[in-house]
Design a protein around this ligand. Structure first.
Ligand code: SF4
Length: 363
């Protein structure tokens, strides 16, 4: 793990002295933090932005200025005040937690992570954050901002979600004995306003002389995202079936599933193994002299890539296949998905150019 030069905690705290954010739950310099406000803000900030939380926080502390007041409130009132913040389990646990602290701790939050973890709605991150910010304990909470800063600072290659454990280990020795609460808040502020997502403002960063990605200019590539799963490729054979008078056979896809209810040219199943011609023709919708067209159609769906080959055939007599026989110039009247529009264009290159002259029937 990268060793930072100088005294990184001192550098960060000095920056924090000048650049700290003023937040309604945060103690001003020289003031003792209020564990009730710290806890309330940390619960509200779970999955929610600072900007959204501020008016809710202010309204809560106006209505329930103390933990005891909140514990004495009706759950319905709390849920009502929470409306719009989402994740209502948080509000229920908030109320439960207030009651538990009053009942089991005489109305005072415990300061240690272990005790905090026993409270309703308090997980490992929240326990570590409250212990550091409200009780100045030396802990290493990892929120999204801290995760981003450390992963860049130390150029941690491990992708999410495993990265969190690595960041926690890297952060732990950086937290100073003195002012650990300010250090943690400084890290949060640095991630929020300087080492922000996308391109950070490295010139304003107190660690720009020691940061591992600053030198290489690849900050926006960190934290590393989890590797995307490779999409499988599926294969199919499409039947460009025409009647003797040139109409094209269409059928409707099943209502449920991929491209549900849309029209298509009949095709084999789309499977993860290429088709042999003979095998594919067993699924042909009618008897004809089938002729494979040159080339392949490629299409990307969300979960797979599709490669289609097209075989073209004309029915000699009355078409016996089930479906809709559409004149070429009426194809655009049907709800054809993009992949089938590609089939039409491809088939017309192979069929119509040779037989009828090219025309863009899809408009
Ligand atoms: Fe983030 Fe830039 Fe500071 Fe590195 S130097 S920690 S990339 S703001």
């Amino acid at each position: 793990m990268t060793k930072l030069s100088g005294d990184p905690a001192r550098m960060l705290l000095s920056w924090y002295g000048k650049s700290r954010r003023s937040l309604p739950w945060r103690a001003r310099p020289g003031e003792a933090p209020d564990p009730y406000r710290v806890w309330l803000s940390e619960i509200m900030l779970q999955q929610t932005t600072v900007v959204t939380v501020i008016p809710y926080f202010e309204e809560f502390v106006r209505r329930w200025p103390t933990l005891r007041a909140l514990a004495a409130a009706e759950l319905d009132e709390v849920l009502h005040a929470w409306q719009g913040l989402g994740y209502y389990a948080r509000a229920r646990n908030l109320h439960k937690c207030a009651k538990a602290v009053v009942r089991d701790h005489d109305g005072f939050f415990p300061g240690g992570e272990e005790e905090l973890l026993k409270l309703p709605g308090v997980g490992p991150y929240t326990a570590a954050a409250i212990a550091a910010i409200a009780f100045n304990r030396r802990t290493a909470p990892v929120d999204g901002n801290i995760l981003r800063v450390i992963s860049r600072l130390m150029r941690l290659e491990t992708p999410l979600p495993r990265l969190r454990t690595e960041v926690s280990k890297a952060l732990e020795p950086l937290v100073p004995e003195e002012r650990p609460g300010d250090f943690v808040q400084a890290m949060m502020d640095l991630g929020a306003v300087v080492c922000a997502p996308g391109q950070p403002d490295c010139r304003a960063c107190p660690w720009n002389g020691t940061c591992a990605v600053r030198a290489t200019g690849e900050a926006d590539a960190f934290p590393r995202k989890p590797a995307k799963k490779k999409k499988p490729t599926r294969y199919g054979v499409v039947f460009w079936a025409q009647s003797a008078d040139g109409r094209v056979l269409l059928r409707r896809r099943a209502e449920k599933g991929l491209l549900g209810g849309m029209m298509e040219m009949p095709s084999t199943d789309w499977r993860e193994r290429a088709w042999g011609l003979k095998e594919a023709l067993r699924q042909a919708p009618l008897t004809a002299q089938w002729r494979p067209l040159e080339g392949t159609i490629r299409h990307a769906f969300t979960h797979f890539h599709l490669k289609l080959t097209v075989v073209s055939g004309r029915s000699g007599g009355t078409p016996e296949a089930e479906g809709v026989w559409s004149p070429l110039d009426k194809l655009s009247d049907h709800a054809l998905p993009t992949v089938m529009k590609k089939v039409v264009r491809h088939a017309l290159k192979g069929v119509s150019v040779a037989e009828d002259g090219e025309q863009d029937v899809l408009g």
